[in-house]
Structures are given as C-alpha cells and as structure tokens.
Design a protein around this ligand. Structure first.
Ligand SMILES: [Zn+2]
Length: 215
C-alpha cells in the first residue's frame, strides 16, 4: 500500500514523523504496554495532517509502511489503508490544541486495571506524588492531578463527546483513561508525550500499590 503525499508535503517530513512514531511504539511495546496489536500512536505533520499507525499492526515492529497520513477529521489522505479505529480521539486533540504534536494511546495492565477500579468515581485524583511534576504545568506534589475515566464504547463519537464535555466544563486535561481499555496522553513533542505516559503509568502503579497495601 503506497502512501501518496500532498504536493506541498516533503517526503522527509512525513518520514521523520513515521520514524518517531515507530521508535516510540517499539519502546512501549517492549514494556508490554501494547498487547495483541492494541494501542495507537500519532504525530502532527502540519496544520491539516497527522501521521498515525495503520489499524492492526504489531506495535513492536513498525516501519514507515505501517504509518499513514490522515487529515484532522480522521480521513485517509493519499492511501487506501485504514487508520486506527480510534483515530477520532487523536484528531480531537490536534484540533483542540494547535501546539500538540504527539498523541500516545496504550493498553498496559496497570492502565487497564486502574481504569476499572476508578470507573465508578469517574476520575482518579493524584496528589502527594513527586512525579506529578513530570506533567507539564505541574510544579508541586501538593497540586491535584485529576485523570478522568470515561466509560468505554466502540462508538467513537460518544467518546469524543465525553472528552469535549470535560474540556467544555473548563477542567484541565493532560490524559484520560477509558474504562477497561487504556490511556490517552499527549505532548508538544514526542519526548513530552512519552514523559507524560511514563509518569502516568508510574503514578497509577503507586496508587494501586497504596490501595492494595493499606486495605
Ligand atoms: Zn485502544
């Protein structure tokens, strides 16, 4: 399946994004956070396009051919490949925040279990952890970092609407969990997105350990 790029888009630009996605995916797969071809990753290419993983590929072995171009409404551009089923959740982030260039979504065991544990409350409140400072905008362990847990659905417009409702209520959002499913987070570049994802995984593990050990 060949990827045709818009005339104004340099091949080197698309390739650099595809390589960054593949490298991040390899590292996250090695951690066991992308079981059974799950998870999806994307990067903004320009104001109107993003590069995203093609549906169903093994995230530990991605190459440039496993990444495709989409517009910011989730339509394939210059390819007949099918983007990830959850593409709408990526493009929502790019449309909301022009400065965001990378979105990561994984399905680790910790993320999956934490989402089930906190689904009834609708959110996890993290407080008192030094590593909260790894999230951009947080400078103290004293602040409250709230991660919403949205109900899972296979109907993406419903999930998009839940994220929109949270943001439209004026609440900060750096990441969200989907019940029984996984996590979404993002960053102004791939390094920031990866830092957010690693910090959140660690914080969720700590919260669950604390719950286990204090019961
Ligand atoms: Zn997923």
């Amino acid at each position: 399946m060949t990827q045709q790029l818009p005339a104004a888009m340099p091949q080197s630009l698309f390739d650099s994004r595809a390589d960054a996605i593949a490298e991040a995916a390899r590292r996250l797969a090695a951690l066991g956070w992308t079981p059974a071809t799950s998870s999806n990753f994307s990067m903004r290419v320009d104001d109107e396009h993003a590069a995203i993983t093609i549906s169903g590929r093994d995230k530990g072995h991605l190459g440039r051919d496993d990444i495709m171009l989409i517009d910011l409404h989730g339509h394939a551009v210059g390819t007949t490949a099918r983007p990830s089923a959850e593409t709408a959740l990526h493009t929502q982030v790019y449309r909301r925040w022009p400065e965001i260039t990378a979105v990561l979504h994984t399905h680790s065991r910790t993320q999956s279990v934490a989402s089930r544990l906190y689904a009834a409350r609708g959110a996890i409140q993290l407080q008192g952890w030094e590593l909260q400072k790894a999230i951009s905008g947080y400078t103290s362990h004293d602040s409250v970092l709230e991660i919403p847990v949205f109900p899972n659905t296979q109907h993406m417009p419903d999930l998009v609407a839940q994220v929109d409702a949270w943001l439209d209520a004026g609440k900060p959002l750096h990441a969200y969990l989907i019940d029984g499913h996984g996590i979404y987070t993002w960053g102004r570049d791939m390094a920031e997105a990866r830092r957010h994802l690693e910090a959140l995984e660690f914080l969720l593990e700590c919260e669950m350990d604390l719950r286990r050990l204090s019961s």
